[in-house]
Design a protein. Structure first.
Length: 259
């Protein structure tokens, strides 16, 4: 959100149009920032009482050691509370990724990916899956490590969640023929239908299938990935994995590599 039309000094129609466009653009930018701040403030406000509800629930659970029905009810309440906390944490992340306050310092993408793969390998092992990481290049950019790590973590985590047991998830870091730096995360799951390829980056959007509901996520993971990657000058697309399944591709264009 930084484009402005040049306003020439002649008072011709184009110049007037450019002025109106720029004013409208500034107002839109202001509204966007207000919305972002509202999301962030509301999430902070909701986090505190929810944490209190959680600890009250835990105490109640300890006190109800003898009544199975009561324990089950409190257990369900705690599960729902956890889901809400997860959603709020995701909203906070999203508003941070959308904002301009990211703290950037040089980070090597291969290291971030290796860290994500190691962190998630336990989850993959539970499904007897294998994560293969091919690190064919180095790539250092000014990055908010935590945010960019989260962007990749969501992709690999989804690949694990949505693919069947005993499959392989492939993560690759390489340069393409245009010298763009590319990160591919490919799986052998059900893939993403063409009609959904744009929409699944939308906030709270989930494919309407049993599998997504079963997984109990927030529907915000891919929006966070998109916002975080774009905040680092990259873009994310979905392709079909030639071997069947989904292939999420993150591209950092070569022209922006040094910015
Ligand atoms: P969540 O996983 O929390 O539901 P996401 O924003 O990460 O939310 O993903 C949105 C939806 O996209 C998921 O609900 C799922 O239906 C679909 N999806 C994401 N990644 C994959 C994948 N690798 N394979 C198949 N479907 C996927």
């Amino acid at each position: 959100l930084s484009a402005r039309l040049p306003v020439s000094t002649d008072s011709n129609e184009f110049s007037q149009l450019a002025t109106i466009f720029n004013q409208t653009f500034s107002r839109l930018e202001g509204s966007f920032e207000q919305m972002r701040r509202f999301t962030s403030d509301a999430s902070h406000e909701l986090r505190t009482p929810l944490t209190a509800i959680r600890s009250i629930g835990e105490t109640a659970l300890q006190q109800q050691s003898g009544d199975p029905a009561c324990r089950e009810t409190i257990g369900s309440m705690l599960e729902e509370t956890d889901r809400l906390v997860q959603t709020i944490e995701s909203l906070l992340l999203l508003s941070r990724a959308d904002g301009s306050t990211l703290q950037k310092e040089p980070a090597e993408i291969g290291e971030l990916l290796a860290d994500v793969v190691e962190f998630l390998s336990v989850l993959a092992e539970e499904k007897q899956q294998q994560i293969l990481f091919e690190r064919r290049t180095d790539f250092t950019i000014p990055a908010d490590r935590c945010m960019l790590r989260r962007a990749f973590l969501n992709l690999v985590d989804n690949a694990i969640k949505y693919s069947p047991e005993q499959t392989t998830i492939q993560v690759a870091l390489y340069r393409d023929s245009h010298d763009n730096t590319v990160v591919d995360v490919a799986d052998n799951g059900p893939g993403i239908p063409d009609a959904e390829k744009e929409r699944i980056f939308g906030r709270f959007y989930r494919l309407d299938n049993g599998r997504s509901r079963e997984m109990g996520g927030t529907g915000l993971g891919l929006s966070i990935t998109k916002a975080a990657v774009e905040a680092h000058g990259g873009l994310v697309t979905i392709l079909d994995n030639p071997g069947g399944g989904a292939l999420f591709r993150v591209i950092f264009p070569s022209a922006k590599q040094d910015s």
